[in-house]
Design a protein around this ligand. Structure first.
Ligand code: ZN
Length: 316
């Protein structure tokens, strides 16, 4: 195994009040936790790093593996970022998530010492009738937003969207949003854990505590303009789901054999979200099943995905 070999990652698991059991039952997450809200599948964030599993780097945190192998495994497109640029999670919203907003880079670097958060959701699965909220139905003012938060009528201002598996939502920083109950998501986001909670249904945790709200900061960073409807994703075996200055996300559907180009511009992250298969690169084979996360160092070449499976491919 060399520096350019693919590595398998095991996630950091998070138990939050709204999480469920589907990541254990449907996505093969092994844990003693009763519920798992999030699995951080590709993370170098200090709040929960993924670890290399198997091979000579077994047990290293993603950040340790990167320092050991050198930044060139990330690719040229990562040179402009001081930190590892993205964070990929699977999210099981058994109950509703809070209404929240994330700051821009400019605001977050100044006030939180980390990046802002633009994120993208790929809906893996959902219950009948599940929905989520994102962006405002019309242009609003800061006073209107403040009043709606205070009177508990925020939902009147937001787009409520029914979801189906395969839907894609791109959520730029500043967009007020809430993931609804019964939705399973693969989230690709900037490497940040800064969330300003606006409304949390007045819920209490196991210890009878409500979670903190961050209304003043939320008012400062919220984009008050109307958000239009999301475009339906195109169909095909290799489709771009989202492309922005921070990441490109593609959906690969392999039925049999599929060839993918990789270059020195970026590493590839693969998350298996359906089926099972194998990855072949430089004469090495890595098998995977639904729920697995694989990191391929940046390099010029090609790799093949074999099997009957769906993969979320992210590069910079
Ligand atoms: Zn969010």
């Amino acid at each position: 195994m060399s520096k350019i070999s693919p590595v398998r990652l095991s996630p950091a698991l998070k138990e939050y009040i709204w999480g469920g059991t589907k990541l254990k039952t449907d996505y093969n997450k092994k844990t003693a936790l009763e519920t798992v809200a999030e699995s951080w599948e590709l993370s170098a964030h200090p709040d929960g790093e993924s670890k290399i599993t198997g091979g000579p780097y077994d047990g290293l945190k993603l950040s340790e593996y990167i320092s050991l192998c050198g930044a060139d495994i990330l690719g040229n497109n990562c040179e402009k970022h001081d930190h590892f640029p993205i964070l990929i999670k699977l999210i099981d919203a058994h109950s509703d998530l809070s209404f929240q907003v994330h700051p821009s880079d400019e605001y977050a670097l100044k006030n939180e010492g980390e990046y802002g958060k633009t994120e993208m959701w790929y809906i893996l699965d959902c219950e009948d009738g599940a929905s989520l909220y994102y962006g405002f139905k019309r242009d609003i003012t800061k006073d209107e937003l403040k009043a709606a938060i205070k009177s508990g009528t925020l939902t009147d201002l937001l787009n409520r969207v029914p979801v189906h598996s395969g839907d894609v939502f791109f959520i730029p920083s500043g967009t007020v949003h809430a993931i609804g109950a019964g939705i399973l998501i693969c989230e690709i986001q900037q490497n940040s854990n800064t969330t300003y909670r606006v409304y949390d249904y007045d819920r209490k945790d196991k210890n009878g505590q409500t979670r903190p709200l961050h209304i003043e900061k939320a008012l400062e960073v919220s984009d008050l303009k109307k958000t239009g409807p999301a475009k339906p994703p195109k169909k095909g075996s290799d489709v771009v789901l989202a492309k922005c200055e921070y990441f490109t996300v593609r959906k690969i559907t392999a039925n049999g054999d599929h060839e993918i180009d990789i270059s020195k511009s970026s590493f590839h992250s693969l998350i298996a979200v359906k089926g099972a298969g194998s990855l072949e690169i430089n004469g090495e084979t890595v098998n995977f099943i639904k729920g697995d996360s694989i990191f391929i160092p940046a390099q010029d070449g090609k790799y093949r995905v074999k099997g009957d499976c769906e993969l979320i491919l992210t590069h910079i």
